[in-house]
Design a binder for this molecule. Structure first.
Ligand code: N01
Length: 506
C-alpha cells in the first residue's frame, strides 16, 4: 500500500494502518522531512490560528498548559513526535515525489512513478493536502524585479529584512500573520490589498493563570478540546450558511475594526462588502493595530505591474521597494497536480475533473478503484479543525479496506450512484452558503465552482459518513481478480505489495 504525502493526513494514515496491525506500507514524501505545510511555511509570525487542543490528532492529544496557539516550529515538532512515537518513520521515503499513478486494471493495483523508479501498490492514498502549491499571480513584469522576492511558503531566510522597504501583496491569513513581524523591523511595509478580508480577534497565544490552573485538573484537556469542537460547530459553521451566528459575528468583526482602527478612511478600506465567511475568516489580534503604524501603508489601488525597482499600481504610482513578498495563496483547486493520475480505462483524473473537482465525501472517485484521498474536494473545514476531518476520512478508508477484504476482491470503488447522490446533496448545501455570493478565493476554481470547502459542520460530516457505510456505497471494481491472500497477517486490513521495481526509464 502507498500513502502519498507526510503531512497531517499522511502521518495520520500511517499511524492508523499501524494500529490496525498493518505493516507493509510506504509513505512517499516529496520533501526532505515530514510536516507538509508546517514544514514549508516558515514565514515570520507563522502559527496556527486554531487552538492546538483542537488542531491535533485525537489519538495524540495536545496537552500544553501554557501555549494555546503553538508556532510553526512547535507544530512541526508535534508531527515529528507523533511519527516517531507511533513508529511511522521507517515507512517514509523522503525526497520521493510521485509524478504518475496508473491503475493496472488487470491486476487491480496501482503503478507509481517517482524520479528514482516505479513501485506497485494495491491501494494508494493521496494525502497531499490542498494548500501546498504556491500561487504566484500573473502580474506583468513580475520577473523584471531586481530586488528580493518570494512567496510566503518559500520564505528566503538568507535575507535580513530589517530596515528594508517591503511590499506585501495579498491580505489573507498568511499576510495577516506576517505583517506585525515585518513592520516591527522594516523601514516601511506597503500592503497591497485587492479585497478586504473579515477579521475576528483571537485570544492570546498563552493561557492565563486561571486557564492553566483549570487545565491541571483531571480530564480538563479533553473537556477543553470538546468545548472547542462544539464551539466551532455551533458558532463558526453556521456563519458560512447565513445561520444564527452570522449577524453577531459580523457585528463583532465591525466593532473590532472600529476599536482597532481610529482613522475612518482606513477603516472604510478595510471593511468587506461581501458576507462574513465568504472567504476564510482571519483570526488575528495584531493585524489591524499594525496597520496604524506610521511605517505601514495599505494600498488599495490595484496592482498593475511590477518593474525593476517596485510595484506599479493602476493609478500610475510607482511604489519603490527592496523586497516583494507574495502572500497570494495557493493553487488549492488544482487537486493532486502535478501527479498524473490514470484510473480505469486510462482516464486522467484531472481531465475527469475538467468540469470541477468532485469526490465522494472528498475521499473517493468512481473509476479510480483502490484510490483514496485525504482532504480531497469539498472536504476542507473552514470552521474548525482539519486534522479532525482527516481523522474521519482515515477511519472511513480503513473501513473500505476491510470491506475489500470481506468481499474477497482485488479492488473496490465508489459507486456512481452514491457519487451522484452525494453531488446532489453537496450542490444544495453549497447553495445555502455565502460562497456563491462572494468573489474569487481559493474555495473556488477558475470557473467559479466551489470545489474546496465542506459546506456544513464537522459533526455533520462525521454523521453523514456514518450514514453512508462503505457496504452501501462501494462495490467490487472487478469480479475476476481475487483478493490477494498470500502472506497476509491475521490483523492486516489489506495486503500491501509496495515494492521498489525497475527504474522508470527501463
Ligand atoms: O492565501 P489566501 P493565504 N493582486 O488565498 C490576494 C490557510 N492558512 O496564504 O482576496 C493582488 O487566503 C488575494 O486577494 P483577493 C488558511 O486556510 C492557515 O493567506 O482574492 N492581490 C488574497 O488577499 C488560508 O485561508 C493559517 O482579492 C492578490 C491573497 O492574495 C489559506 O491558508 C495561516 C492577487 C491570498 O490569500 C490561504 O491563506 C495561514 C493579485 N494578482 C494560512 N492574487 C493558520 O493559522 C491574489 N491576491 C491555520
Amino acid at each position: 500500500m502507498a500513502v502519498i504525502g507526510a503531512g497531517f493526513g499522511g502521518i495520520g494514515m500511517g499511524v492508523a494502518l499501524k494500529r490496525a496491525g498493518f505493516e507493509d506500507f510506504v509513505i512517499f514524501e516529496k520533501g526532505a522531512d515530514v510536516g507538509g505545510v508546517w514544514r514549508d511555511n516558515t514565514y515570520p509570525g507563522c502559527r496556527c490560528d486554531v487552538p492546538s487542543h483542537l488542531y491535533s490528532f485525537s489519538f495524540a492529544p495536545y496537552r500544553d498548559r501554557r501555549i494555546r496557539y503553538p508556532g510553526q516550529r512547535q507544530i512541526l515538532e508535534y508531527l515529528h513526535r507523533v511519527a516517531v512515537e507511533c513508529d511511522v518513520m521507517s515507512h517514509l521515503r523522503l525526497g520521493a515525489a510521485v509524478t504518475e499513478a496508473t491503475y493496472l486494471e488487470r491486476r487491480g493495483c496501482w503503478e507509481l512513478t517517482t524520479a528514482v523508479g516505479r513501485s506497485v501498490a494495491d491501494v494508494v492514498v493521496f494525502a497531499v493536502g490542498q494548500l501546498h502549491r504556491p500561487y504566484l499571480p500573473d502580474i506583468e513584469g513580475r520577473n523584471d524585479f531586481a530586488g528580493v522576492s518570494f512567496h510566503t511558503s518559500e520564505w528566503d531566510h538568507r535575507h535580513d529584512l530589517e530596515g528594508r522597504d517591503i511590499a506585501v501583496i495579498g491580505t489573507g491569513s498568511s499576510a495577516a500573520q506576517i505583517l506585525p513581524s515585518l513592520a516591527a523591523t522594516a523601514a516601511r511595509v506597503r500592503l497591497f490589498q485587492r479585497t478586504p478580508h473579515w477579521v475576528l480577534p483571537k485570544p492570546p497565544v498563552e493561557f492565563g493563570p486561571l486557564a492553566r490552573a483549570g487545565l491541571s485538573l483531571p480530564g480538563a484537556h479533553h473537556l477543553y478540546r470538546q468545548a472547542l469542537e462544539n464551539g466551532a460547530d455551533a458558532v463558526l459553521a453556521p456563519i458560512m450558511r447565513r445561520g444564527w451566528s452570522a449577524r453577531p459575528a459580523a457585528w463583532l468583526a465591525r466593532r473590532y475594526l472600529h476599536r482597532q482602527v481610529p482613522d475612518p478612511a482606513l477603516r472604510a478600506k478595510l471593511t468587506p462588502d461581501y458576507p462574513i465567511g465568504g472567504k476564510r475568516i482571519i483570526f488575528d489580534s495584531h493585524y489591524y493595530s499594525t496597520l496604524n503604524r506610521p511605517n505601514v501603508e495599505l494600498v488599495t489601488e490595484p496592482v498593475a505591474g511590477i518593474v525593476r525597482d517596485g510595484v506599479v499600481t493602476a493609478d500610475g504610482t510607482r511604489h519603490r521597494v527592496d523586497v516583494i513578498v507574495y502572500a497570494t495563496g495557493f493553487r488549492a483547486p488544482e487537486f493532486l497536480v502535478p501527479v498524473q493520475v490514470r484510473g480505469r480505462g486510462g482516464t486522467v483524473l484531472q481531465e475527469h475533473w475538467s468540469t470541477g473537482a468532485s469526490a465522494f465525501f472528498g475521499l473517493a472517485v468512481p473509476g479510480y478503484p483502490n484510490a483514496f484521498l485525504i482532504a480531497g474536494p469539498n472536504s476542507f473545514n473552514p470552521a474548525g479543525s482539519n486534522p479532525g476531518m482527516k481523522e474521519r476520512q482515515i477511519e472511513y478508508i480503513l473501513e473500505c479496506l476491510r470491506l475489500r477484504e470481506r468481499l474477497g476482491v482485488a479492488a473496490i470503488e465508489v459507486d456512481e450512484e452514491a457519487m451522484r447522490a452525494h453531488r446532489r446533496w453537496l450542490d444544495q448545501a453549497i447553495d445555502k452558503t455565502v460562497w456563491p455570493a462572494t468573489g474569487p478565493s481559493w474555495y473556488k476554481d477558475h470557473a467559479g465552482r466551489i470545489t474546496n470547502p465542506w459546506p456544513a459542520s464537522a459533526r455533520t460530516y462525521e454523521r453523514m459518513l456514518r450514514q453512508h457505510r462503505p457496504e452501501a456505497c462501494f462495490r467490487a471494481a472487478s469480479a475476476d481478480t481475487p483478493y490477494p491472500r498470500h502472506g497476509r497477517s491475521a490483523h492486516a486490513v489489506t495486503r500491501c505489495s509496495t515494492t521498489a521495481a525497475s527504474p522508470a526509464a527501463s
